[in-house]
Every structure is written in structure tokens, then in C-alpha cells.
Design a protein around this ligand. Structure first.
Ligand code: FES
Length: 105
């Protein structure tokens, strides 16, 4: 059954910071964008690149392998060579802890 999972204290991830987390054996990028937390899968939909190795600019991440860009808020694929969105996960803060729902939106 899907559930909320505590991942880290909210104060551990300041604005602009990001971290790799593992949720039920799935790697996710957890990022703080202007005080709001977002989580997307760490696998590029083009050819499986590790997105966490890519450059983050605002709410976009660029895959280090062939340059596809994704929205960190929604997982939307923003340019070729990726045409499929990546999974995104909803987050919330409870008692100072970031929680991620363990099923993609
Ligand atoms: S694996 Fe990410 S753009 Fe090709």
C-alpha cells in the first residue's frame, strides 16, 4: 500500500540544494526550489542516464549524456532526445521532516 516516507529534515536541504535518495529501491532526485520540495526519478527516459550527474538550472535538469532536459517540478521532458516524461513524486513537510509519497503521480 502506498504511503508517505520520511526522507530527511527539511532544514538539511536549503534552497537550491538537491540530494539523491532511495525510496523502495528507486533512486530519486530530491530538490529544494525556492523553499518547495520536489522529487523526480533519477533515470533519463532517453537512454537511462543518471540525471543526478547533470546540471541543474532553476527548475530544470540537463542529462549529462545527450543533453535532454527535464522539469524538476513535474518530470516533463522539455527537449529531445527525450520524449517521455520521467516519474515525479509528491512531497510534503510534516514536523520538520520532508516526506515523499512512495508512488509516482
Ligand atoms: S541518456 Fe539522457 S539524453 Fe540520452
Amino acid at each position: 500500500m502506498a504511503k508517505w516516507i520520511d526522507v530527511m529534515p527539511a532544514k538539511a536541504l536549503s534552497a537550491g540544494a538537491y540530494a539523491l535518495i532511495v525510496l523502495d529501491e528507486v533512486e530519486l532526485i530530491l530538490v529544494n526550489i525556492n523553499g518547495s520540495f520536489y522529487a523526480v526519478e533519477n533515470v533519463c527516459s532517453h537512454d537511462g542516464g543518471d540525471l543526478i550527474e547533470g546540471e541543474i538550472d532553476g527548475d530544470e535538469i540537463t542529462c549529462p549524456r545527450h543533453g535532454a532536459r527535464f522539469c524538476l517540478r513535474t518530470g516533463e521532458a522539455l527537449c529531445a532526445p527525450a520524449f517521455e516524461d520521467i516519474d515525479s513524486y509528491i512531497t510534503r513537510v510534516v514536523d520538520g521532516k520532508i516526506q515523499v509519497f512512495d508512488e509516482p503521480q
